[in-house]
Ligand binder design. Structure first.
Ligand code: HEM
Length: 168
């Protein structure tokens, strides 16, 4: 397969959104899978700014989708549009809900439901992997390869963490 080295700004924003999203997931996995670095400054900072990173991931994804909509003249009033990018649309809606509820007020109001809601962030890992495979099929570029590797490593870390939580 030939890999393109040029990347459009829309795609680059999708990539930046994915990177930011991965940073929100890392601290919980590191805490269990690599306990020796759980107190490292970088891990502590990722944990501290997790909510802000989640909001940024949503903003980047929104601009990514916006640029694609403009560039491809997508008709937002055509239901077919949402069917074609079902996984992207669902992820974007989930990112929006998580971003809007990433504040102390929501934690207080939603109580135990907040944790349940925010656990749905893990579903987005699979949706994004599906999104990349589906949308980039047959025309991978250099960042697509990095995205697939990073998403796969993130998912493996997630399963390793769940396994350790269960059996240790
Ligand atoms: C949280 C939501 C989203 C994330 C994190 C995301 C992320 C990405 C990423 C990482 C890529 C691959 C870029 C590359 O390898 O060059 C991509 C491609 C793409 N995304 Fe999204 N995306 C999201 C939502 C959406 C939505 C809502 C749409 C619909 C407008 C969309 C449309 C596309 C399209 C059409 C491509 C393929 C671009 C191409 O053919 O070069 N994405 N997205």
């Amino acid at each position: 397969m030939l890999i393109d080295t040029s990347v459009s700004s829309a795609n680059l924003l999708g990539f930046i959104s994915l990177l930011t999203y991965i940073l929100t997931l890392l601290p919980s996995s590191i805490r269990i899978v690599f306990p020796q670095i759980k107190k490292a400054k970088i891990t502590m900072n990722l944990l501290k700014y997790r909510r802000q990173l989640g909001i940024l991931a949503f903003i980047f994804a929104l601009i990514h989708a916006g640029l694609i909509i403009v560039k491809r003249n997508v008709d937002l009033f055509d239901l077919q549009t949402y069917k074609i990018s079902l996984e992207g649309t669902v992820t974007l809606i989930m990112f929006a809900i998580l971003a809007v509820t990433s504040n102390d007020w929501s934690i207080k109001k939603m109580k135990k439901h907040w944790r349940k809601l925010h656990k749905s962030t893990y579903v987005c890992m699979f949706l994004i992997l599906w999104h990349i495979k589906e949308k980039m099929y047959g025309h991978w570029n250099i960042i697509t390869l990095i995205e697939i590797i990073l998403m796969t490593v993130t998912i493996v870390l997630f399963f390793r963490r769940r396994w350790l939580e269960h059996y240790k």
